[in-house]
Write a protein that binds this ligand. Sequence first.
Ligand SMILES: Cc1ncc(COP(=O)(O)O)c(C=O)c1O
Length: 417
Amino acid sequence: MSAPPDRLDSAPDLTDSPFPGKWRFVETALAERDRSHRRRHLPDLNPLDAIHVRRQTPQGERTLLNFSANDYLGLAKHPEVIAKAVDYTQRYGTGATASRLVAGSFEIHRALEVQLATALGKEAALLFGTGFQANATILPTLLDRDALVLCDRLIHNSLIQGIRSSGARFVRYPHNDLDALERQLQRHQDKRYSRVMIVSETVFSMDGDRSDVSALVDLSDRYGAILYLDDAHALGVLGPGGMGLAAQQPGVDIVVGTFGKSCGASGAFVACSAVVRDYLVNFCPGVIYTTALPPGIVGAVTAAIGLFPTLEDVRKQLLGEADWLRIQLEAFGYATAGSTSQIVPAIVGPEDETLSLAQHLEAQGCLATAIRPPTVAAGTSRLRFALSACHGRSHLEQLVSALKMARRGPQDRESGT
Ligand SMILES: Cc1ncc(COP(=O)(O)O)c(C=O)c1O
């Protein structure tokens, strides 16, 4: 029997390049992903309403109950949000046509920034194309190679990208361990850093637990550090008027919020002092060298932020359902990672088990994507249930009974007992 062909050598080059092997690094990296069963794909689906999607599954094309979207308030299909997106698109066009600094800064951008700054209790706000763009470009603009950053171990990749590209020294403290953070602040107190920054999230995206904002404010005050908080997952759901856990907290220097979650749109903002906003307008490449947010998005976000104060009961119900789901999951023996928000993880552990549980749920009509390394630490693979205010108890019961069936094992499932 002849030896199997060397996959890399026999694979056709990805280009017509006269230099064979020019793209071999791509093949090698993807082959490694295949080997470790971690190759990522972009699954197609069609959203039907706030919580249902249609997609191709091994059982054919099916409608699934979606537990993987971040549209926490169900606003992506809210009539007022859509109407304002259409209205602004008709009045101002489909695109902003230029950077804010050239010819793309419309009155509606400014009005949304004033609306956000007021609702957060800050002097100013500044819009960004996405949350990733905001974190990846604001941080290096505020830091330099002589700065020190102390950040929570579980912060989002966009924050890490921003910190890394600044060249600043950075230390990750154990998740939510503010004693460890204080020890780091003390240890570095007498060193000559250009500045010290603390970076955290308010609600952590993969665990659904919260940081202690008041304690972070206290520490940053006592040690003269800049406090930078990403409020992406609290905005719309928690805090005064649903404006997030960093809202009305004067001690938080920099607040980043995103529009791709509770606002049902896309884009992001930073809320800060007027002088920091001015500094970012002058020095932040993510503001200067990019086209402004499209008018339709500005319309959708303007409407969504306007709706937030009216949705107190909706938030209460959403958080109550999340409590109920956590109780059910814990009764099945799943750890829920200290979650106290609408993001409810069920920690499974091994990657293969997590994948097969996700597949089982899909067969039962529930979409809950398996979250695995490198997104989360090895051994903590999980299903991340992102609840929406549009999930009623019957939807959660469907999820729980599908999980219960998985817990009973394949033989019991087959015999229907
Ligand atoms: C905490 C956090 N910050 C920032 C982002 C990036 O936001 P965007 O999706 O707008 O790029 C995310 C996205 O998942 C996030 O979870």
